[in-house]
Each structure stands twice: as C-alpha cells, then as structure tokens.
Design a protein around this ligand. Sequence first.
Ligand code: SF4
Length: 544
Amino acid sequence: MPTITINGKECEFDKGQMVLQVALANGIEIPHYCYHPCLSIVASCRVCLVEVWAPNPRNDNAIEPIPKLLPACQTPAGDQQIVYSDSPKAILNQKAVMEYLLINHPIDCPVCDQAGECYLQDYSYQYGRGQVRFEEEKIKQPKKDIGPHVLLYSDRCIMCTRCVRFCREITGTGELMVDGRGSMEQIDIFPGQALDNELSANVVDLCPVGALLDKDFLFQQRVWFLKKTPSIDGLTCSGDNIYIEHNKGQIYRIKPRTNLDVNRHWITDELRYGWKFIHDENRLTVPAVSGEDAFEPNEASLAYEAAYTAANDKLAEAKKIALLISPMLSCEDAYLLATYASQFDGEVIFGIGPVPTSGEDKEFLDGFKLYAEKAPNARGVRRVLSKFGDVLDFNAFVKKLADADSLIATGNYPADWVEDELTVAAGDKFVMVIDTLPNGLTKRADVLIPAATWAEKAGTFENASNRLQTFDRAIDPIDYCKGESQIALDLIALRGGLTPDRYDAAAVRQKMAETHGLSEFVSEVQTPCEEEEAVKSDMEMVVL
Ligand code: SF4
C-alpha cells in the first residue's frame, strides 16, 4: 500500500484520496473551512495549504520540495510524499488567511449563537495571529431572513460556499448563490426564491461560522450548556441518526449525527423541528382511573398504584384481551407489553396501531431519503409481536375487537391519532390506554397511564431498511410519565408480588434473544458510534 508522511506520521492511503482526507482519517488536524466530505472540492478558503515534498522523476526520484504551497483538500496523496502543515511556511499562510478572514468579521462572539462551536473562533486561537492590524472601518453587510428556518448574517460569512454547494449538489434546489465579486462578494438567495426545501436547515450545520443561523434556536441557549445524547429519528421510519441536545430536562435542538450508511450528514427539517410535542403543555402526566377522583400531581405514586391495581384486577377477569401496539413504540416496549398481556391470555389479539403517511418517499441527489411513513418502528413492532402470535394491521384489529372484552391500547404519536371507529369498537369493554397526549380514547379509558416519548427513554427502532438501531434516553420523563417498558415491568412485578425491575434496555434485548428467539437484538443491533471528535480548545484556565 502506498504511504505518505504527514507532519512526521507515516500513513497508508488509497489511490485517489486527497492529502487532507488521509490526514483526517489518521487523526491529524489540518485546518479547513470549505472542504466537506460530502460536497465537491473547491479549494477556495486556502487555510489548508501545506508544504509538500515529493519524488522528482527528473532527478532520479529524489525527494524535493514543491516550490508553492498546495491545498491539502485538492492535492492527491502520492506515494513517498512528505507533507507539512506545521512548517514555518505553512504556519505563515495559516496566519495570513486567518487575518484576511477576520478583516471584516464583526467581533460579536458574545451575542453569536455559533460561539462555542465556531471554527473561526477555534482556528483564530489555534492558527491566528493574536493581534489585529486592521485599523480601517469594517464593511458592514445586511442580516437577511432567507427562508422559513434560516437567517443569514452576511458580515460573518467567510465565503466557503458550503451552503451554495449543498443546495446545488444535495437538494438540487439551488436557492443560494454567490453575488458580487471581491470584497463585495456575499451569499444570497435568488430574488423571490426563499431557501425552502425539505433539508434547508442543514446549511446551518454546514456553516463553519455564525453566518447561517437557525431561527428556532436563535438566542435560546449557549451551546456549552447543552448535553448531546445520541438518538434515532423517532418520528419517521428513516432511522436517521441524531443528537438530541438538551439542558435541565428541556430539549433545545436536534442535530444530525453522521452515519454514512443511513443519513450521511443530514436530517430533514421535519425531524429537526418535530420534537416540540414532547414539551406540549397538554401532555398527560398523572395516571387516571375511571370512577375515582382525578389525582393531583403530588399524588402520582398513589395514582400509579390505583391504576396498576385496577388494570391487573380487570385483566385477570378478562376472557379475551386485545393489545394494540403503536408503531411509535420501541421493540423493547412491544416485547414487555406483549409479555404482560400474554400472562392473562394465551391467545391475545395483537395489532399494530395506525401507521401515518404523508406525501411520497423522496430521494435526494446523494441518495439521502425522506420517507412518507411517519412512524419509526412499524417493522420492529411487527417483528417482535410475530413471536407472540398473529399480528393484525390496524383496520383488521379494529374489526377483530368485537371478539375481545378488554383492550390495551398504546399511542405516543405527536398528534391526535385516534379514529372514531376505534372508540366505537371499544364499546363498553375494559380499556387501558398508555399514551402521551389527550385524545378520544384517553377520555374513554378506564385506566389511563401517561407514557414517555422516545426522547425520554431508551430502546431500539427498526428502520425502513430493516436496520436495528438503539437510542439512549436524552431527558428524564416529563413530570410523572413513564416509558411503556417500565410500565409493563411495574405491572408484571405487582401482579407477581415482586419489586419492579428498573428498565434496562440492553438486559431486555438479551431476554428477547433468550426467550423468544429474537437473537438479532443481541447480534445485529447497532449502537451509536462514538461521538465525532470536536475541535478541542487548548485554552488554559487563568488563575486570578
Ligand atoms: S454562509 Fe456560511 S456556509 Fe455559506 S459561504 Fe458563508 S460561511 Fe460558508
């Protein structure tokens, strides 16, 4: 295999790789702005220029310096090349580029949302000069509202053109362009054409500085207060990898987590902004039992006891139980609820809740897909329930309800999901509902238990390509809600007179493999990859 030496480290590489790609793959940092692994290479920012020594075929392949600095992002790696991004010549260029980029850049880090995750801040510290020599007045550029989700602060832009290339090469919508030339150059939209496509807010993630900002997140939180929890799309069947970013139990934003096999570097705006229902003020938060006075929040443990006892007593008398598992639930939820229902009835009627769809599947230019199916786990729920018995689709389940005298129904949808036919079919049966938001069925429920959304619990989803992926709990359940898995464990324990286990997703998956032949939940399930290495500051604390 050919080798190249970068800053003294010998690295193997594949033919066609660029010097910067080899460096990044080997943990060597070379500063760069315009390069992005999923966009075309333009070599415009010039901060990645490196000194290259290469074999000279006209001098018996002696290793000789190439006179000019070369852009690491656009220079193919060559066998026996020696590259320096830390030589005096390369460092001088880095300082010059940083000084040039900062000439007109406003010093508004204290009020800029990007502060704390800004490559201009980080590189200024690591590669900049440390002093400002520019004494003239900075050019001021306008702030613009360029689309439903994105603001453009033009005077912070460093003209890397990542955003322009994204709209041309990934979405194919081409809303953004470079207007003007030289010092008057600026990013803009075409007249009358807003930045409005299904992936529009990805330009905010791509922008290495604070020029493109997310309207929804604007001034909401300083990024260094946010904790990032790896998760999976809990709204559609994409299985897109995400980070849920939160602080003190409040979610502030969802960002893409790189997985080149699933969502590459992107997520849809639908997923990015679709989490608001988690903090809906109408969330169900305390259990309720029909015939009993409503419980106050400070009576939550009493309410749970009453709800669990009523459910176990009523289901013990049931002749036929129907269990409706929502496609919004995790595989572990489905397994534990099916285990619980099967303890009362050896032939439970199993059904999958309605699977919402909207529009049609759409594939973008790089293969990224937006799915019409707006539920994360219809396949996983079916996979698990099929180990317990036949699984009916929603309409067939509603028809079959006539044969049952008890119904356990789960929801957890971001919006009202209950169709009249289900409430009518519930008739005068015993109905236990585990759900997050009020609807026709929660009003009709004999026992109502408030559930936790996917951000408030851990589990596994199976996406449209049958990929099983786990997700972690980002925030604690809101108020007194509980995950469906924990509810099932509590009910099973109470029935057996035992102390309930604390829900542990990995332990449940192990049990699924051992007891129901669901070995794929141990052998094939994919856990979140390591967090991407962020640019680390080497700033030292000053002791005063
Ligand atoms: S707005 Fe951001 S992403 Fe677009 S060119 Fe400017 S710095 Fe680059």
